[in-house]
Design a protein around this ligand. Structure first.
Ligand code: ZN
Length: 124
C-alpha cells in the first residue's frame, strides 16, 4: 500500500474516530482535532493518548470501536496496515473502504466465522 492510500485510510479512521468523540464533549473533540492534525507528524503519541482517554469515557460497545480504530492506526505506524493478521495477505481495498478497521482478509474472515458457527452449533 502506498503512502497516498495509507493517508486516505488514515483519514477514514480519523473521521470515524471524530464521530465517536462527539459523543463525549467538545474539549475532547478539540483535543482529537489537534492531535490528529496531519500537518503535525510528531503528534502520533499525543493522538494515542487522546484516543485512550476517550475510550475510558465511552460505553463498552463504543469504546471497543474506538479501540479497533486505535489498533488500526497502530498497525499503520508499524506498516502492517492493510494486511491480514492471520495469513499476511493484503486485504482487498474495497473491503478496507467499507471497514477501515478490518484485521482479516475476506477468506480468513469467512473461515473463522464458519469455525465459530460450528462451535456455537448444537452439540449432538
Ligand atoms: Zn487472511
Amino acid at each position: 500500500m502506498n503512502h497516498k492510500k495509507r493517508q486516505h485510510f488514515k483519514k477514514l479512521l480519523l473521521t470515524e474516530l471524530k464521530r465517536h468523540a462527539q459523543h463525549i464533549n467538545d474539549e475532547q473533540a478539540k483535543a482529537l482535532e489537534i492531535a490528529s492534525d496531519e500537518v503535525n507528524e510528531s503528534s502520533d503519541l499525543a493522538l494515542r493518548d487522546v484516543i485512550q482517554e476517550m475510550a475510558l469515557k465511552l460505553s463498552d460497545r463504543e469504546s471497543q470501536i474506538v479501540a479497533d480504530i486505535d489498533q488500526a492506526l497502530m498497525r499503520m505506524e508499524e506498516g502492517s496496515y492493510g494486511m491480514c493478521v492471520r495469513c499476511g495477505h493484503e486485504i482487498d481495498e474495497r473491503r478496507l473502504e467499507a471497514v477501515p478497521t478490518a484485521r482479516y482478509d475476506a477468506a480468513c474472515q469467512t473461515e473463522m466465522e464458519a469455525a465459530k458457527g460450528q462451535r456455537a452449533g448444537p452439540s449432538l
